[in-house]
Design a binder for this molecule. Sequence first.
Ligand code: PHE
Length: 399
Amino acid sequence: MEKNRSNFTGSIGFIFAAASSAVGLGNLWRFPYLAAKYGGGIFLLAYLILAVTFGFALMVTEIAIGRKTRLSPMEAFGSLNKKWKWLGKLTTLVPVLILPYYCVIGGWVTKYGAVMLSGAVSESANDSYFPSFISSTVSPLVFFLIFALLVAIIIFLGVNKGIEKFSKLLMPLLLVLTIGLTVFVLTRKGAGAGVAYYLKPDFANLSIKTILAALGQLFFSMSLAMGIMITYGSYVRKEDNIEKSVRQIEMFDTLIAFLAGLMIVPAVFAYSGGDADALGKGPSLMFVTLPKVFNEMPFGSVVGALFFILVFFAALTSAVSVMEAIVAGIDDKYKTGRKKATVIVFLYAVAIGVLCSLGFGVLSNITIIGFGILDFLDFMSNSVLMPIVGMLTCIVIGF
Ligand code: PHE
């Protein structure tokens, strides 16, 4: 009896820890803008197929590596096979690329939470509001610093476990609010065309870019190919059923992303006409579209504030897991101690994050292979490094 109960708590605890890392900006911010940009239904279909095949296999693999070796990613690959030691380093490089820009977007969410709380919904619904915010210098930097500092403090104080517990409350609330907002958007005039675009795969929109975008998004959203699931796996006990847990984590993560898309893509049709220009907004899509929805709904500033606060916490718990992965890696390798490693990682994130943020303003003339600074880091991590690490991880386990 006793044993069964602790077993149960064990796997539920693990599921929530993994879900709090998985559900974040990837689901609410990144998935909808990619779906809008890369062909709607065909992107959704590609994503779903990849999630149940490759995504499932890779998450099970990573957790199994962690459970078997009981080591952090930095050491785990080497202990499986000396030849693969370098893969641990490559894996740890992924969160290094992601952390700075993730905190910049976290800052944007923080800003919008504050805007909604201040009741300035109608200003924020204006088309020029977001572009003028991100191209300014001070405001995005201040909100980025607030967000990054919070992440660092949580890790510095070692209260990550407490934060993960908190997500047990957060996740259901986020789910309910997203469903409510989706229903509201779907009743708007013009939303029907958006639903069709989002749900009906049009093979004319299929391209290699669509598949690559879906693949990168899969890694990002499920926190794969960066060692995070290996770390969580090292806490899983032998008797826990990995496949069942992974199925639950994946279903929840995909459900939130699916709903976010079903809310935002039709809203683009209802409020901005749904032409290619409106759909191709990229990283700004959520910030441009949602204020228009809140502006039109009764109690919009309250609902908007609640929504951005929930997104803020979802982003925070994910960012904590990204920073934790780097801190643990540095501490493992250089034996710096966790606190010192946290300070180093924070300073690094600030240095690069400042560049990402200014990349939309005073540094907007800087492009790297055609990308702005933030988009370049996003591209390098999700479309280049993660597919490589993900494939190699599957190969290693086959040895
Ligand atoms: N999976 C998280 C999200 O969807 C982001 C994340 C990326 C978390 C990388 C950890 C590592 O927002």
